[in-house]
Design a protein around this ligand. Sequence first.
Ligand SMILES: [Zn+2]
Ligand SMILES: [Zn+2]
Length: 333
Amino acid sequence: MMAKLGDWIDPQPQGIYVKPADAWIDPSVPSPRALITHGHADHARGGHAAVWATSETLAIMATRYGPQAGHPVRYGETMRLGEVDVTFVPAGHVLGSAQILLEHRGERVVVSGDYKRRPDPTCAPFEPVACDVFVTEATFGLPVFRHPDTGDEIDKLLAALHANPERCVLVGAYALGKAQRVIAELRARGHAAPIYLHGALQRLCDLYTELGVELGALLPATGVPKAAIAGHIVLCPPSALNDRWSRRLPDPITAMASGWMRIRQRAVQRNVELPLILSDHADWHELTDTLTEIAPQEVWVTHGREEALVHWCMTRQIKARALALVGYEDEDD
Ligand SMILES: [Zn+2]
Ligand SMILES: [Zn+2]
């Protein structure tokens, strides 16, 4: 009897178990052997006995959880784990993010983690890899999600800043990836002025800089007189947008950089005056274009809006299933 395609991969609610490697991908509970796609907290948890990840992801994990029993993996280098050949490939999501190619029994399975297709000055671009089974996210897996041009969103931010020299623009941005990408995109647009940071963003911005991502002049926002911050951009985590902390700023224009800003209700909920639609995930068209390009025999959907993507696959004679993993939340992306 023919074995079922990919039946050596066992998706469980707490992560994807790769049986012949005796290893878990992005497990949500402490595990003996963990392969980690990227540093976001819903994928990279602390407490694993051994971790395989890119050196950037290991550095991010060390910043958040302390020293890791880490095995750094280079993009494109194949290693043997048990009876599986494992290769990490850039995912274009955040610094160090990887898709994981697993080869066993002549079958190729790619677990993409989270990914995007837009250029991002802070990380290596997504590389499509031919495979039999493509395991994909579907955070923005509905046709309504079409992310606008990145440069247009950054221009909106700069226009608001320049039109209001007596105010500041306070941008809520996820601490890992989004904050650094917003800064790098601003620099690419010629914005050379210092950018002020909420304390919660400092460590990861410092780490990106140490790892070679140029972010220009960054200053702590805390303890600076209001007048000095007028006419400048301030970045904070989304949770700080409306809290007491922001009251010390000069009449801030409240902005937020997130794919969810496509939904007006989300912007209203957070009192966001200037929604910036900037996502580190593929939008609907990029998800479906990626599946067309890779042309796998089967698509497995890890998390997000699974139904529409599974349906899209079925109508194109691609076998598809939703894995119902728990604990992955990309609310701030
Ligand atoms: Zn992520
Ligand atoms: Zn995720």
